[in-house]
Design a protein around this ligand. Structure first.
Ligand code: ATP
Length: 266
C-alpha cells in the first residue's frame, strides 16, 4: 500500500500556514519491532475538530501521541511536525512546556485521587505564579466551560472519585483547560462513557473549538460524523484518505475508505 497520493492531499497541504495548527511532513514512526506510521503528510486546521479513524492497529493513537511527544522513549519518530514554525519533533524542544500548549485527554478518566480543587490547581501552580483569586476565577471558568460548575454546586472540595465517570472525564478536560492549551489531543475520550455523558463531552468540544484546535481518535464513526470538520482515515499505518468530514463520509474517493465506512471490515 502507498501513502495517500500527494495530489489527493494537495488542496489541504496548501492551506496557508496561518490556518494550520499542526503540519506533519513525511512522518514515520518505528517501534522496536515494526513501523506503525508510514510517510504521513497531513495538516490539522486551526479551530477545527479533526477525527482520526481506522481499524484497530492502524496507527491512530501512535500518530496522536507524536503530536505532543508522548512517544518519547517508546518509538522512534522521524519527519517534521510543524507547530508555529517549530519542529516539535526536534530533540531540543522543551517537552514540559510543549504539553502545556498541546494537552491530552485519555480514554479512561484519570483524575488525581484528591479534591476537585487539587485537580485543577496542581498543574497550573507547577507552571506559573498565580494568585489565589485568579486561580479560583479560572477554576470557575473552566468548570463552566465543561458544564460541571452547576453540577457540583461550586463545591471544589468534593473528592474527584465521588464524581460519576462522565463528570470525572469532564473534570480531566477542565484540568487540561486550566493551562489554556492551543491544541487538545483526545484518545477515545468518550469510549468509557454512557450516551448522555458522551453527548455532554461532545457538546463541550464543539463549544471549545472556537478557541482550541481539537484532534480526536475515535472508533465511533457516528461521533466522528457528528462533531468533526475534517477526518483522516488510517489503515495499516498509512493515511488512506483525508477530507472534510462530510465529503469523506458521503463521497469517499478510496474504495478502502468506503468499505470501512460500510462496516465491511473493522
Ligand atoms: N508501545 C508499543 N510497542 C510496540 N508496538 C506498538 C506499541 N503501541 C502500538 N504498537 C503497534 O503499532 C501499531 C499501531 O498501533 P496504534 O495503537 O497506534 O493503533 P490504533 O489505530 O490507535 O489502534 P486502536 O484503535 O486499537 O487503539 C499496532 O500494530 C500496534 O501493535
Amino acid at each position: 500500500m502507498a501513502a495517500m497520493k500527494q495530489a489527493d492531499l494537495a488542496g489541504y497541504l496548501n492551506f496557508p500556514n496561518q490556518d494550520i495548527a499542526l503540519r506533519c511532513t513525511d512522518v514515520n514512526v518505528d517501534y522496536a519491532t515494526e513501523r506503525a506510521i508510514f510517510d504521513c503528510n497531513c495538516v490539522f486546521p486551526k479551530n477545527k475538530i479533526t477525527a482520526l479513524i481506522g481499524p484497530s492497529g492502524s496507527g491512530k493513537s501512535t500518530l496522536l501521541r507524536c503530536l505532543n511527544r508522548m512517544n518519547d522513549g517508546r518509538a522512534q519518530v522521524s519527519g517534521t511536525i510543524d507547530y508555529e514554525g517549530t519542529n516539535l519533533n526536534d530533540q531540543q524542544i522543551n517537552v514540559y512546556q510543549l504539553r502545556q500548549k498541546i494537552g491530552m485527554l485519555f480514554q479512561q478518566p484519570n483524575p488525581f485521587a484528591r479534591s476537585i480543587y487539587f485537580n485543577l490547581a496542581f498543574g497550573i501552580r507547577e507552571h506559573q505564579a498565580i494568585s489565589k483569586s485568579e486561580l479560583e476565577q479560572r477554576m470557575r471558568e473552566v468548570l463552566e466551560m465543561v458544564d460541571l460548575w452547576s453540577e457540583i454546586s461550586g463545591d471544589l472540595q468534593r473528592h474527584a472519585n465521588h464524581l460519576s465517570g462522565g463528570q470525572q472525564q469532564r473534570l480531566c478536560l477542565a484540568r487540561t483547560l486550566m493551562l489554556q492549551p492551543d491544541i487538545l489531543l483526545l484518545d477515545e475520550p468518550a469510549s468509557a462513557l454512557d450516551p448522555i455523558a458522551t453527548a455532554k463531552i461532545e457538546a463541550n468540544l464543539l463549544a471549545l473549538k472556537k478557541d482550541i484546535t481539537i484532534i480526536i481518535v475515535t472508533h465511533n464513526l457516528e461521533q466522528a460524523a457528528r462533531i468533526s470538520d475534517y477526518t483522516a482515515f488510517f489503515y495499516q499505518g498509512y493515511l488512506v484518505e483525508y477530507d472534510r468530514t462530510k465529503h469523506l463520509f458521503l463521497k469517499p474517493h478510496q474504495k478502502l475508505t468506503a468499505d470501512y465506512l460500510a462496516g465491511n471490515f473493522g
